[in-house]
Design a protein around this ligand. Structure first.
Ligand SMILES: NC(=O)c1ccc[n+]([C@@H]2O[C@H](COP(=O)([O-])OP(=O)(O)OC[C@H]3O[C@@H](n4cnc5c(N)ncnc54)[C@H](O)[C@@H]3O)[C@@H](O)[C@H]2O)c1
Ligand SMILES: [Fe+2]
Length: 389
């Protein structure tokens, strides 16, 4: 094994009611004038009220000069939202950020945290490791389970002109503190629970199959799979099931730590053009492709499929390799059906004639395709899209 590094948020707070510790962390990081980054759905759900109460209390005791709320984050946010958030941050004289939301709000806050201390324009941050200065202090509190963005060094934005998703990948994007509090996810709409939950499972599976997996990411990925496969249908069926919400929050955190280091693969690479062009939720695009990419990958890593089958609780008997892979694919299809995510690109008004150009765009996502255990040509990608149609 070659030398591997492992990165995560600097400090993690987990468990029921972890969100009540926000004030302590704000003080510990020496925040004086934070910007709270969220979105209209989270703002309207009431989930923010206890968080605002903590900040109001800090302000009344003189620990904060003030705080400002930026809530104009859309789902799958576009590049200009970073600029909008940055203007508000400057206007308010803010010195730090607290993200309370799903991947969309967390990614915006992460990008602004680095952009705020960066010399160049936003464009110059796209790609890998372009920022060279530590960003503003940042606390991330996920309200979905989830993207794992609270522990990754990635910020994903939609570029409407290029009709693609773009990434800022930089270790300075890693939050100082991640507060993974299941109570923040209870108000999550069911379709978001479903899509973001499948995203988390894909993170775990792709990290486990990645060419850059390590014993550390393997342990995290397998535990994440075990938690998510059981908890996701429960959290979907009964949004107030706190045990299921806690297992999902933990599963998504572990999956984030796994893929944040091992990377994700072809499911995500093929999902990007679908998200960029048709504005489908990230988790849904992953769900549409997952079984088909898995079927493709099976040949390259049969032993790993056996481990996945065990983690998903599908393989109690010793099966032939082919049968194991097929069981895994069937199990994933069933999970998506259980949480009402339709299978088939055709159900999302995606024109079949777009497939060749989608394949051309996905083939350019080299950053992720290099992690995938089985190589793909552009023609292979096209045939996977056709199978998923
Ligand atoms: N940075 C990373 O490592 C990483 C990883 C995976 C995905 N992503 C990105 O994350 C984004 C998707 O994030 P997401 O799946 O968490 O969804 P999201 O943040 O886009 O939220 C989806 C919707 O759910 C609502 N919502 C979220 N939590 C809620 C709550 N508790 N109560 C009420 N409403 C709530 C939001 O208002 C929004 O309308 C995509 O842009 C994707 O590309 C980033
Ligand atoms: Fe993802």
């Amino acid at each position: 094994m070659s030398i591997a590094s492992f990165k995560s948020a600097n400090r993690l707070l987990t468990g029921q009611q972890a969100s009540t510790r926000l004030a302590e962390e704000v003080m510990r990081l020496g925040m004086h004038s934070p910007m709270l980054v969220t979105d209209p759905g989270v703002l309207g759900s009431g989930t923010l009220e206890p968080i605002k109460a903590q900040l109001d209390d800090l302000k009344s005791r003189g620990h904060l000069t003030d705080y400002r709320i930026f809530s104009d984050v859309s789902a799958e946010p576009e590049v200009h939202i970073v600029e909008d958030c940055m203007s508000s941050y400057r206007e308010g004289g803010c010195d730090s950020l607290i993200a309370v939301g799903g991947g969309s709000a967390m990614d915006i806050a992460k990008c602004v945290a680095v952009y705020a201390t960066h010399d160049g324009d936003l464009e110059s941050l796209f790609g890998e490791n372009k920022a060279r200065v530590r960003g503003a202090p940042l606390i991330a509190m996920p309200t979905t389970s989830g993207t794992g963005s609270e522990v990754t060094n990635i910020g994903i934005l939609s570029d409407t002109e290029a009709r693609m998703k773009k990434g800022i990948v930089n270790d300075y994007l890693l939050p100082d503190v991640a507060i993974v509090a299941p109570e923040l996810t209870v108000s999550c709409p069911r379709h978001v629970t479903a899509a973001s939950g499948v995203d988390a499972l894909v993170h775990a599976i792709e990290a486990y199959l990645s060419n850059f997996a390590t014993p550390i990411t393997d342990a995290l990925a397998i535990k994440a799979m075990r938690l998510i496969i059981k908890a996701l249908p429960k959290a979907y069926a009964n949004p107030a099931d706190l045990k299921a919400r806690e297992d999902m929050a933990t599963g998504s955190l572990l999956a984030g730590m796994a893929f944040g280091n091992a990377g994700v693969g072809a499911v995500h690479a093929l999902a990007y053009p679908l998200g960029g062009r048709y504005h489908l939720p990230h988790g849904v695009t992953n769900a549409l492709l997952l079984p088909h990419v898995m079927r493709w990958n099976a040949l390259a890593c049969v032993e790993r499929f056996r481990d996945i089958a065990e983690a998903l609780d599908t393989s109690h008997r010793k099966l032939k390799d082919e049968a194991t892979a097929e069981l895994v694919v069937e199990r994933l299809h069933k999970l998506c059906r259980d949480v009402d995510i339709p299978s088939g690109l055709r159900h999302f008004d995606i024109p079949e004639e777009d497939i060749p150009s989608l394949a051309a765009d996905a083939f350019k996502v080299e950053r992720l395709l290099r992690n995938n255990p089985r190589q793909l040509s552009q023609a292979d990608i096209e045939s996977i899209y056709r199978a998923a149609y």
